[in-house]
Ligand binder design. Sequence first.
Ligand SMILES: Nc1ncnc2c1ncn2[C@@H]1O[C@H](COP(=O)(O)OP(=O)(O)OP(=O)(O)O)[C@@H](O)[C@H]1O
Length: 353
Amino acid sequence: MTHTADTAGTAGTADPSGEPLLQVRDLTKTFPVRSGGRTRQLRALGGISFDLRRGETLGLVGESGCGKSTLARTLLMLERPDSGTVRFDGVDPFTLRGARLLQWRRRVQMVFQDPFASLNARMTAGDIVSEPWRTHKDLFPSAKERGARVRELLGLVGLRAGDEHRYPQEFSGGQRQRIGIARALALDPDVIVCDEPVSALDLSVQAQVLNLLNDLQRQLGVSYVFISHDLSVVRHVADRVMVMYLGGIVEQGGTEAVFGRALHPYSAALMSAAPSLDEAGRGRQIILEGELPSPLSPPSGCRFRTRCWKATDECAAASPEPAPDPEDGGHTAACFHPMGKEAEPVPAGRGAR
Ligand SMILES: Nc1ncnc2c1ncn2[C@@H]1O[C@H](COP(=O)(O)OP(=O)(O)OP(=O)(O)O)[C@@H](O)[C@H]1O
């Protein structure tokens, strides 16, 4: 996470020169779907490649249905990819079995969107936080150790002594999300996938939970994959950003590079539509025309071309590969006609406001 005026933390703990903790290459995932009396293959992910470093926050943005949750579920090994590789500390977790697989499962945990739905109302906060140890029995074998660690974890997320005996409904939304975070930390993970972790919370509470995640990252060196529809939240927390469209990554790079000068027309449109970013000087809003195509019958070539004002015949004929920005090799976009440096005219009918 990066430091901003609103966060209490310091700069992120990511080491840009270090070996990636997680390396994902060419990941593809399809789901069989019944449609029109026959089974068709829906490509939820196609050719996904990225790295995640220790202590880094990777923001994942894109419209509903673009594949964010499928990617998250694959990282948690809840989905098996059709093809491609995942390397975690050099190991492909999909090849592991038995005790080694169980061991590995500790390393990636999840914080869910809705702290109301994701906590069992019949369990105390202490039971919720210690539940993962039922599967991973070796971690804290004695009740005394478990009790001490629960109190420690609740303290780490800013809850008070005695809170372990209370039930979820006795806590506010922000406090419930703190319990969810403590539960995710119980197995001492390297990566936490945060799926819209603050979108169910009041604005004032959102900042507190984001600050907590930031503090925990500094203390523990944990990496986050941070999924959010809210671009201002992603800009606030992410070190790097990945923009997804119809199952593919259209752009990725450092947060300030991507938000400051989006290369892909889709990213430019997405970011121009975020009010707070627009006020920060992004210029005109680009309104995308047309519906999001069905992932069952995506366009040929560049998947964004049916909604892109810059599309040419070339975009229908071939699929663009990610190409680096000449001034910043870590910032890439899969586009034959990336956005220029200067503000570009958007044709009438595409609704530049
Ligand atoms: N189990 C499944 N069976 C069939 N199709 C699926 C399945 N899971 C996801 N999909 C489809 O895969 C595509 C990607 O879905 P996914 O949930 O990953 O998107 P998303 O970006 O997370 O969306 P949202 O922001 O709404 O959660 C969608 O078209 C979705 O309908």
